[in-house]
Design a protein around this ligand. Sequence first.
Ligand code: FES
Length: 373
Amino acid sequence: MSERQADDNGRSGKSRQGRQFVKFSFYKLDPAFRRLPEENQRAAKLEFLSAIRSFNRRMLLRSYSLVGLRADADFMIWQVAETPERFQELATAILNTGMGPYLHAPHAYLAVTRRSIYDIGAMDGEDAAAERLVIAPGDHRYLFVYPFVKTRAWYALSMEARQAMIDEHIRIGRRYPQIRLNTTYSYGIDDQEFVVAFEGDNPADFVDLVMELRESKASLYTLRDTPTFTCRHLPLAEMLDSLGGPPIAADVALFEGDADGWIDALSLDALPPGDSAQVYIAGQQVALFNVGGTLYALGNRCSHARGPLVEGRVEGDGDACTVVCPWHYARFDLATGQVVDGVATMPVPTYEVAVRDGVIRVRARQPAVERTL
Ligand code: FES
């Protein structure tokens, strides 16, 4: 079984999945857009929405409104993909919509996931270091984003000294379980060293956390941690309506899939027998397998430490197919997601699979009503 990942044309290509690229793109809408005839504004919004939704299977996308919260940006698109090329393709698609000529991009941050060099897992009692390779946003109302640069003096400290300060940082963070941290790395690929994105439901909680962190020893070694963006999570149509002009949210589906919950995932031609592919469904990574003409779909991330199952070795045929996680070799039943062997203790989710008009469709076995772009 080869490892493949769906590309723009619904085909597949070789991919290694340990790390993900992350982009935070901030946009400001030119007021001239709101002086266009209402039908033009509405058509441009729908075109924008359609352009972004066309990327839903290829990358993780989240939309946020900053209208009324920040003067120099109106909205932000949080993007997670396996290659940076996706970000360029999405940006071009956005520029080619009717809104494109009216959009400025005052801020944009590029980063990549990686394992922390510090002992994060021991502090958190879980394999948090592995978790950091995969961005899995929660459903929080707000995202707080800022670029982060440390002083060069930080890097001259011993590892022991740095670890002690990181431990203090983590102890403070654990007093705020309602705030969730996503740290990504930008060394050499963008101006900052990190992009930090905290998820939470109440900005006041985040204020309290940041005030406490200011008193930590590590804070002495912060060179820059601005600008700071408070972003409100909204489905794409609602985010577009927050920009003003004729509303569209009431006329477009907020949920993916048809009335029965089936979602188009990938062209069948792109997944010949013996292949596997990864797609995004409602923001979740799903691994598709074609084993001798029988299709399987299950959550791509191993329940042990989030290894990419799409890259795993498939064994067996008929009703007894398994996939072996490439990281620590836990074995999962492709049909049920249950652990058959190895270090994993929890199953991975599975999806029903069907083919209609040459398109592979999937449906969650336990439908979770999930908002989408
Ligand atoms: S990540 Fe450890 S077995 Fe899969």
